[in-house]
Design a protein around this ligand. Structure first.
Ligand code: HPA
Length: 291
């Protein structure tokens, strides 16, 4: 499929409206009706795409509103299929703000699912734990976030819709559903507040002490701008973090990207298994079914 970008569009920055419309048309023509659930696969979560049944794929390069991504361990493709009775679209690969300074890089990728017909954005990421009771390998349900960067992908957006209510950004009904599933599956699921640090450098121990005092339970370099974009677009948001390391100063281990990737891979099957169970279980959520 040939990519044709709107005039003047820079791949990776906020999309042109025509790119959005073209993307939605391609998604509709390729996959038909939208799945209710779109998933962003973060570091360590890529294995979940292999659990999609009747899977079909398009690369981001074929979708004009989607960014090109560069990060190791991310495959830039959209996989559409089902897990059990739940249809799903999995976005393998997200562009991070630290790649080019643009926190709206994912705007087109996250806005397209809504006009296509999706209802939920389920995000996954890798993060550092600030809590001894959430050691590396633990999953954490994000109940709230702290935008420590104070950057917004909505800067420059017109209209009153830009004043997005973030007081229940992580959907209360979907949080309750996920807690119940963890209980049923006997998965130890932590929960807490995720703090977005811009990166790409890791934090200092002093920053981590400050973030802990602010109420952060985990720190990572993604998810918050995507949650803002998704809430602005009218998607319900649910997010899971995989703890890959204790945050700076909380363990004697040196922080390296390869060590976090290694831990993400070591826990990847467990994380992908829970994610697949969660997606499959969303078929039972009445509010996601067509009326
Ligand atoms: N800091 C920020 N983001 C991260 C970390 C970290 O220590 N580990 C995984 N993502």
């Amino acid at each position: 499929m040939q990519k044709h970008q709107g005039a003047g569009a820079v791949k990776g920055s906020a999309p042109e409206l025509s790119d959005m419309a073209d993307t939605v048309s391609i998604l509709q023509a390729t996959f038909g009706t939208a799945p209710e659930v779109a998933v962003v696969l973060g570091s360590g979560w890529a294995g979940a795409a292999r659990r999609v049944q009747d899977a079909r794929q398009v690369t981001y390069a074929e979708l004009p509103a989607f960014p090109s991504t560069s990060i190791e361990g991310h495959v830039s493709a959209l996989t559409v299929g089902r897990i059990g009775a739940q249809r799903v679209a999995m976005l393998g690969g997200r562009k991070h703000t630290y790649e080019n300074g643009d926190c709206a890089s994912m705007a087109g990728a996250l806005r397209s699912p809504k006009p296509w017909g999706a209802k939920v954005l389920l995000q996954t990421n890798a993060a550092a734990s600030l809590r001894p009771n959430m050691p590396p390998g633990t999953l954490m349900l994000i109940t709230d976030h702290i935008n420590a960067t104070q950057r917004s992908p909505l800067v420059g957006q017109p209209g009153n819709e830009r004043f997005v209510d973030m007081s229940a950004a992580y959907d209360p009904e979907l949080l309750a559903h996920t807690r119940q599933l963890a209980k049923t599956k006997q998965v130890a699921l932590g929960e807490g507040t995720y703090l977005w640090a811009l990166g790409p450098q890791f934090e200092t121990p002093a920053e981590i002490r400050m973030f802990a005092a602010w109420g952060a339970d985990a720190v990572g370099m993604s998810t918050v701008p995507e949650t803002i974009l998704a809430r602005h677009a009218g998607l319900r948001v649910l997010s899971l973090s995989l703890m890959t390391n204790m945050a700076a100063g909380l363990s004697s281990e040196a922080l390296t990207h390869s060590a976090t990737l290694q831990q993400a891979q070591a826990s990847g099957e467990f994380a992908a298994g829970f994610l697949a169970d969660l997606i499959g279980s969303l078929a039972e959520v009445a509010s996601l079914r067509p009326k």
